[in-house]
Design a protein. Sequence first.
Length: 242
Amino acid sequence: MKHHCLILVAITISATLGAPRKGRIYGGDAAAPGQFPSIVSINDPVQFCDGSIVSKNWVVTAAHCVDVVTSTTTIIAGTNLANSGGTTHKVAKWINHEDYDPTALINDIGLIQIEDEFEFDDVTQPTEFVDPAVNATCSVAGWGETDTVEFPEELQFVEQTVFSFETCKSFVGGELAEGQTCAFSGEGKGLCIGDSGGPLVCEGKLAGIASFIIEGCGKDNPDFYTKTAPYVDWINKNIQAK
Ligand SMILES: *[C@@H]1O[C@H](CO)[C@@H](O)[C@H](O)[C@H]1NC(C)=O
């Protein structure tokens, strides 16, 4: 089964393969200020992934995003706009899950530490975690490609329904680990390139981290996530260890 990471570097790959580059958080709407107070964009020099604030100085994202972080990567928090407002933070340290499998995208989770600290306010908040309930309506947000622009200025979001593990598994030929889940918005909607690492939010808490799509953006199949609930101990251990 071919997994398509939603990282910006994947654009080069899909372009090489001649795959269409249309997409968006397909069929989404612009988010309201503070609707996703934990989301951050990850830039080097342009936005290439998203993440979520977990503490004063740590962000959680996908491991395949952390893979391309360098000392020049910056984190922008506290704004829905890609190129204005908010606060910009230099990165200090980045860690991937020890058992990250870049082929099957299992344990696709990593952490980035910033040099300074986030200042929490109405539009900048650390997230809590929740296990996504089957059939729950959740939202996914990101600055990934839309069907009209490669780099939307405004943060986009779309609602998704969480599928059962067995249903998710059936879309990837049975290759799915316990830490993975999927959710679906309907054809023409969902994750696209640049949405990697972004949040699947259920009940106002982080339930999933955008990991991969199958076939392409806006296809008639679900989007795949790393669940956060199984990794809460791993996150806490690593952000406390410094
Ligand atoms: C989820 O929804 C489907 C379709 O409506 C239903 O068959 C299934 O029982 C539901 N599962 C749960 C756990 O609510």
